[in-house]
Design a protein around this ligand. Structure first.
Ligand SMILES: Nc1nc2c(ncn2[C@@H]2O[C@H](COP(=O)(O)OP(=O)(O)O)[C@@H](O)[C@H]2O)c(=O)[nH]1
Ligand SMILES: [Mg+2]
Length: 688
């Protein structure tokens, strides 16, 4: 029987690292009968954390997909990583799933990554379901966490499950209790709500009814007149309220003890929106914004690419409209305007896949061996839809290292290995810095970079050494100076003669370089003037102060002399060099360094530490903002002080801080520090 979009449910498990997402995914698979025993993150045998690096580090690194059948529905469950280093994987998964489940630890409450997941769901207008997790832990406090969620995020967070200690949950909608055996088998009995919870359960249901009836005027009127709301009506309006983010249900579970997971799954089936409930998706057709309905011709978005050493490349797509059979021989990449051979569609569960003949709107599947399709590309049929879904944005990297191949053999393999790694990991960038000549690998943190390097070694046999990148310092001048340069050589035969006088004038920051010809009366013949300018452009790449590019100055060529026979372009270039060196050194040269805009998000209690630390890094605090009990500190800080900041921030805040950073401008390096940089550079030159 053909599947229907109404019967698909896609959701992503998000939350802070360690809140129990991967364990919940495992329990879901176990309770649904997909696996016969539950793996654990610690023992590296969960379905979701299947890569070698995930098993070694006992954390999720990539968003993994699991597909299951439940009560006639097809469920696509994504397990997103919770560490800040892998935020990009999380945001791509939130983008394509129809519901965002945010796990909040029953002891820890709202943490930094919880906040990120919330922000990202909001940006994507994604329905949100909270799940208070690990309720079996000592000091677990459902009420306190609920209050925290309400205060930090939204008053629309309304409990649907109430934990019965750590032994079960009350479903307040059904008015029933589900009490589990203590052996972790997931066996439970349905019971009456315990007497001491009856009042709380009734109140919670009342709050849900009150919020949900607002979705239907007639129903609300009846309700206000005192009529009871039928179960059928309540389900309908509550579903509508969830899609519209008017109600954000709060569930509870202990995945490790397998408590409440059956009820979680039932709630997914009954209340999570289908793609039809979510409604049309915005796309761009030429200049025009269009709304893509599920019934429109086939279209899909690639949100993840994974290179499996055995299977090869897998492109993960979310289908937004229409349907497509794998018997159609090709698929069309709208972004690139290229057709690709379509081999098969695969339903994915962890590292395993199963071929499916047809995909429909709402499906999340993988396609093996697509060549040119990258993350963010829209797929369709050549004869069909020609719109583009908005590109998937990834956060800008905040941690950089310079990499050097260990051997010649490593160097030869580097290019190919990097290209393949970049394709899989959109939070990673690789570029050669034109000024420092460093090969810079940038990512979201030191853990991210470590993992990338480990993968490159394991998969492609490429070993790289890592260094702190060099700061791309620059040089400039602070006052005007004039300098003559005279090059004269009489060593038998043809002589050499060039003579220029140049004025060096400071320009404002960011102005670059300007050359002005002020020669009158042919003191320097017209045909030699280009050689002077060319010489300046060549020499300014390596300034006389410390060998860094000289910027933001004007050079006025105002006088000179020549020799009828001995002058040449080369002589004038050499004369220019003499003038340049002397002129720049006489014009109060200074070093400039790149200044970054940094924004750090931390819980209140770390704010003082963060600000103090910025002071010790020559930072300037530009302002602070508060979001609940999180504070955002904005500062301008020299790049030279920020290379290891990701590590510093983590240890300063026990992993609860996150930050972003972008280039702002160049500024003068303070004298004492400049002296050190210049001395270090001189020493390097002597050693060479
Ligand atoms: N006490 C308790 N521990 C749990 C529970 N779920 C997961 N854990 C443990 O918490 C740690 C992190 O779990 P994991 O599922 O990897 O968290 P994730 O980072 O959110 O995917 C692991 O040591 C799990 O065994 C739970 O329900 N109760
Ligand atoms: Mg995990």
């Amino acid at each position: 029987m053909a599947r229907l979009s109404e019967d698909t449910r896609s959701f992503v498990l998000t939350g802070h690292g360690g809140s129990g997402k991967t364990t919940l995914a495992e329990a879901v698979l176990f309770d649904n009968g997909n696996i016969s025993r539950m793996g654990r993150t610690e023992t590296g045998n969960t379905v979701s954390d299947f890569s070698a690096e995930e098993q070694k580090r006992q954390i999720s690194i990539g968003a993994s997909l699991m597909t299951l059948e439940r009560a006639g529905k097809t469920l696509f469950m994504l397990d997103a990583p919770g560490f800040a280093d892998f935020t990009g994987e999380m945001s791509a998964a939130i983008r394509v799933a129809d519901t965002t489940v945010i796990l909040v630890d029953a002891v820890g409450g709202v943490e930094v990554q919880t906040n990120r997941a919330w922000d990202c769901a909001k940006e994507n207008e994604s329905p949100v379901v909270f799940c208070v997790s690990r309720i079996d832990r000592e000091n677990a406090n459902f009420d306190a966490v609920l209050a925290d969620i309400k205060e930090q995020f939204t008053r629309s967070a309304l409990p649907v499950f109430l934990p019965i200690g750590s032994s079960g949950v009350v479903d307040v909608l059904k008015g029933r209790a589900y009490v589990y055996t203590a052996d972790g088998s997931g066996k439970f009995t349905e019971q009456d709500v315990p007497a001491d919870m009856a009042e709380a359960a009734a109140k919670a249901k009342e709050a849900l009814v009150e919020a949900a009836v607002e979705m239907d005027d007639d129903l609300m009127e009846k309700y206000l007149e005192g009529a009871a709301v039928s179960d059928g009506d309540l389900k309908r309006v509550l579903r509508a309220a969830i899609v519209k983010r008017r109600v954000m249900p709060v569930l509870a579970c202990s995945a490790a003890m397998n408590v409440g997971v059956h009820q979680f799954l039932d709630f997914v089936v009954d209340y999570f929106p289908s793609p039809i409930d979510r409604g049309p998706v915005k796309a761009q057709k030429g200049e025009e914004t269009v709304e893509v309905e599920a019934g429109a011709p086939f279209s899909a978005l690639c949100f993840k690419v994974m290179v499996d050493p055995f299977v090869g490349k897998l492109s993960f797509i979310r289908v937004y409209s229409g349907s497509l059979s794998s018997e159609g021989a090709s698929i069309y990449n709208v972004k690139k305007g290229e057709e690709e051979r379509l081999s098969s569609f695969r339903f994915i569960t962890g590292k395993d896949g199963k071929d499916v003949k047809e995909v429909i709107a709402g499906d999340i599947v993988a396609i093996p061996k697509l060549q040119s399709t990258k993350v963010g590309h829209t797929l369709a049929l050549k004869s069909g839809a020609q719109w583009l879904f908005p590109h998937i944005e990834f956060p800008a990297p905040v941690y950089s290292v310079a990499v050097v191949a260990k051997s010649r053999a490593d160097e030869d393999k580097l290019g190919g290995a990097i290209a393949r790694t970049l394709e899989e990991d959109r939070s990673l960038t690789f570029e050669k810095n034109a000024e420092t000549r460093d090969n810079i690998l940038s990512g979201m943190g030191d853990m991210h970079i470590d993992i990338v390097l480990a993968k490159m070694k394991e998969r492609y046999g490429v070993e790289l050494d890592v260094r702190t990148p060099q700061v791309p310092y620059r040089e400039t001048i602070k006052k005007t100076a004039e300098a003559q340069g005279k090059h004269k050589k009489q060593s038998g035969g043809h002589g050499q003669y060039g003579d220029v006088s140049i004025r060096y004038i400071p320009l404002e920051r960011g102005a670059g370089f300007e050359f002005v010809d002020k020669i009158v009366g042919g003191a320097v013949p017209k045909n030699y003037i280009p050689a002077v300018e060319k010489g300046l452009r060549e020499y300014m790449v390596k300034g006389p102060l410390a060998g860094f590019p000289v910027v933001d100055f004007k050079a006025e060529l105002y006088y000179g002399s020549y020799h009828d026979v001995d002058s040449s372009e080369m002589s004038f270039k050499l004369a220019t060099r003499l003038s340049f060196k002397k002129g720049i050194m006489d014009a109060s040269p200074v070093l400039l360094e790149p200044i970054m805009n940094a924004a750090v998000t931390v819980p209140d209690k770390y704010m003082g530490d963060v600000m103090g630390d910025f002071n010790s890094r020559r930072g300037r605090i530009m302002g602070t903002e508060s979001h609940g009990h999180l504070q955002v500190v904005k500062a301008q800080v020299p790049l030279a002080e920020m290379f290891r900041y990701a590590i510093v921030l983590r240890s300063m805040t026990s992993g609860q801080g996150s930050f972003s950073m972008e280039y702002s401008h160049y500024e003068e390096v303070p004298g004492d520090i400049a002296k050190k940089v210049i001395a270090a550079h001189k020493q390097e030159e002597e050693e060479e």
